[in-house]
Structure formats: C-alpha cells, structure tokens
Design a protein around this ligand. Sequence first.
Ligand SMILES: Nc1nc2c(c(=O)[nH]1)N[C@H]1C(S)=C(S)[C@@H](COP(=O)(O)O)O[C@H]1N2
Ligand SMILES: [Mo]
Length: 396
Amino acid sequence: MTFDPLWRRLEPLRAGPLRRIDPSRPGAFTANLHDRRTVAFTGTALGVAVLICFATGLYSHALQQPPSWWDPPARPVSLYRWTQGLHVATGLATVPLLLAKLYTVYPRLFEWPPARDVPHALERLSILVLLSTLFLEIVTGLFNIAQWYVFPFGFLQTHWSLAWVAVGAMLLHLAVKAPLIVQAYSRAGEPVPNGPERAGMSRRAFVLTIGAAVATLTTVTIGQTVTPLRRLALLAPRDPAIGPQGLPVNRSAVEAAVVDLALDPAYTLLLRGPDGERRLSLADLRALPRHTATLPIACVEGWSAEGRWSGVRLADLTALVGAPAGARVSIVSLEPAGPYRTSEVGPDQAADPLTLLALDLNGAELDIDHGYPCRLIGPGRPGVLQTKWVAEVLAR
Ligand SMILES: Nc1nc2c(c(=O)[nH]1)N[C@H]1C(S)=C(S)[C@@H](COP(=O)(O)O)O[C@H]1N2
Ligand SMILES: [Mo]
C-alpha cells in the first residue's frame, strides 16, 4: 500500500498558496549542519550516552530487585557509587545531546511526502516512540534527582519499563539507518554535499559547542558525587558535605516517624537465625567486637558521600544465632511503614567483613537522622538498601 494518492491531493496547495513557506521545498534549510555526517556524529554521541545510562540503570535495578540467580557483589566497595554517578551524569548529558540531534534532523520532520508506504510510516512512528520515551526518561529522572515525586505512578517501575522501550526503539532506528550511518562515516573525508548556499555555523564549531554544553552541565552537577568538585556543583540538589556529622540525610527520623521508637531506652535488636531468637540491648551491641569501615552512601538520586563507620560486623551478629557464612539476611527497620523499611543482604555482601551494623559515624555516636541506634552499611550497596534505625536482623 502506498500513500501517494493522498499526498497528491495536497499538491495544489504546496504549489500554490503555501509555495513560499512550504518547509519541504528544495533549499528550505540552508544551514551547514543538517548533512549526514553531522547527523551521524551527533546521533553516535547521543547513542553512547543512552547506552551507558541504560547499562548502569539496569545494574542499579538489579541490585534493588536481584533476580534469584544473581548474588549482588560486595566488591569493589565503591562500584555502585561509580555506576550510579555515571548513570546520572550520562542521563543529564542526553539533554544537550538530544537537543543537538533534533536540531541536525529537524528539516526531515517536514520531509515530503510524510510517509511513502506502510514500512516508511512505521519507521517514522518508531522515531516518535523513541523521542517520546527518551523525553519521559529524562523528565522522570530529573524529577527524581530533585526528589520531587509528583507522579501518580511509581518512579522505579515506570523509569525501568520506559528504558526498555526507548532502547528497543533506538536499536530499531539504528538498524533502519545502518546503511546511511556507514555511508556517513565512510565518506568522512569528503566535503558536505551540495545544497545551494551553505550558511551558518561550521560543523567544527557545532561539535565544540555540544562538547562545551555537555562539559558545563557535567561540571555543575558531578560534584554531588565527585566530592572534590562539590563547590562547582551549582546545579546539584545536594552538597555531599552538608548534613549532620558531615553527611547528607535522605529521609529524616521525623519524616520516617521513628523518633520515639529510636530514642526508647528499652530498645533491643532482634536477631533470628537457625538457632532461634536473641535480643540485644544497645549496651550488648556496644560490648561486641568493634570494626571500622570507610564506605560511601551512594544514593540512586546521584549524590554520594563517604563516611567512616564503626560498629558490629553483620556476619558476627548472624553467627550469634547460628547462621553460617553465606546466609541471606533480611534487615527490618523500626520505621513503621515505607518503601525502605526492609532490605535484603545477599550471601556475598552479608559475609563481607566490611558489612556493618554501624553504631558510630565519623567518630561520634550515630545521629538520629543517620539511623540511631544502629544502621546497616555495606560495600557495593545502593543508598536505599543501607537501612536506618534497624530493629531486626533475620538470617536464613
Ligand atoms: N529505614 C530507612 N532507611 C533508609 C531510608 C529510609 O527512608 N528509611 N532511606 C535510604 C536512602 S534512599 C538513602 S540514600 C540512605 C541515606 O542515608 P543517610 O540519610 O544516613 O545519608 O538511607 C537509606 N536508609
Ligand atoms: Mo537514596
């Protein structure tokens, strides 16, 4: 099926009253930057950013909802800090890259005829899907790093599902355009083909401008996780050095409604394992062998900061109730409700000597907003899994 008869009816209009403003007329776009090479180059930069963002996003998702066959690794200790820092940085970089890519191809939005036949129409439709999902990923991601949860839907599930649609549409787009991309790159040395007058910015200046835009955006945000650059992080919602004990707080004790429970002098920690249950008071906990670990809190929202934690090894606690090394552990908070009330610790992280039930942070007793009387802190874990105000440790 072809759509030609449909478009032919509009020909009188294009040849008549719309002749001067018809954006599909030859020579309507004279700028230098709509040629194949610039399109291919800008597309490649965007594609690379999207793929890094996608891969690091999948890793973050896997840590938070691990499939049954995968045991999340404890080492390298700061792996998640890096992957999530990259996720947010590449996600932000897609903003200027997507705008640049749209600029290089926008004359094609006015291509005539708009659709030649069914495959061509589907191809153009896939671009619409690609653009709208990328746009929604950027918007939901930005709202999340700004901690502005205004959506009526769950962020995690939406952001994750749309990512698959976006990457699927992108791969389809790449497959369809593969011949053009190969051509664009193989003719790299040739001058831009024709058009009447080529005007405006040169390709070199365009590429430098995009590079400068990405570099600027990265510089004013990356300091939320690369702490030496924190003073440059003008656009980052968090300063990783500001907060009680020199560390930001994500959700305070008041917000989590745990103040009374956390400060209760009758607090005990419940341990459960193969040998049954045991309760430890805060004094009991303090009397156990003490260990120190320097570990980051690396929040999914893209900020991270290191602390010096000291407390009891999780493996020592579970051993008290007969759990073998390699047991899985569930951590339950005093927090009465909320998505971060519980977290799971897989065998590798649970057995790691750096996984602690921390009592102290940076040389002083844990601030209530950091999880007093005790909080989990372990290597390789996203911030959301570093459960604060721990009430129960259950080993299986
Ligand atoms: N019980 C409980 N633990 C929690 C949270 C929470 O809301 N409730 N927030 C988590 C998140 S999202 C992060 S990033 C870290 C932040 O720890 P901090 O506030 O001590 O910096 O705590 C985690 N632990
Ligand atoms: Mo977080």
